[in-house]
Design a protein around this ligand. Structure first.
Ligand SMILES: [Zn+2]
Length: 108
């Protein structure tokens, strides 16, 4: 796929996907916190009731929190990236012509 500047027709166009990066990062953080948070919130209740082997319970809760956080981060990152890409493509002028300096949105 090659982009051409609508103003001067130059094929030298740079694309900035700033909103995609930011949204992906926010989505990743949110997903990680949500994934880890659900386990960490239920973790202390499990740990206090499990009197037999508290260290193992804590370790399991911690590893589950990390795993859920990673899964949540991956999902959140993908969702954020999709949202940010739409923002970049349709709302923000993310294409910058290197020949004439014109900024424009991708129409398709
Ligand atoms: Zn141009």
């Amino acid at each position: 796929m090659s982009l051409h500047c609508p103003s001067c027709g130059s094929p030298q166009v740079s694309t900035h996907l700033s909103a995609m990066r930011i949204a992906a990062f926010i989505g990743m953080l949110g997903g990680a916190l949500r994934g880890a948070g659900t386990i960490l919130l239920t973790g202390p209740a499990i740990a206090s009731s499990g009197l037999a082997k508290p260290p193992n319970v804590n370790l399991n809760a911690l590893s589950s929190a990390i795993l859920n956080g990673l899964v949540g981060a991956a999902g959140g990152c993908a969702m954020g990236a999709q949202l940010g890409e739409k923002l970049d493509r349709h709302v923000l002028a993310h294409n910058h012509c290197l020949s004439c300096g014109h900024r424009f949105n991708q129409t398709v």
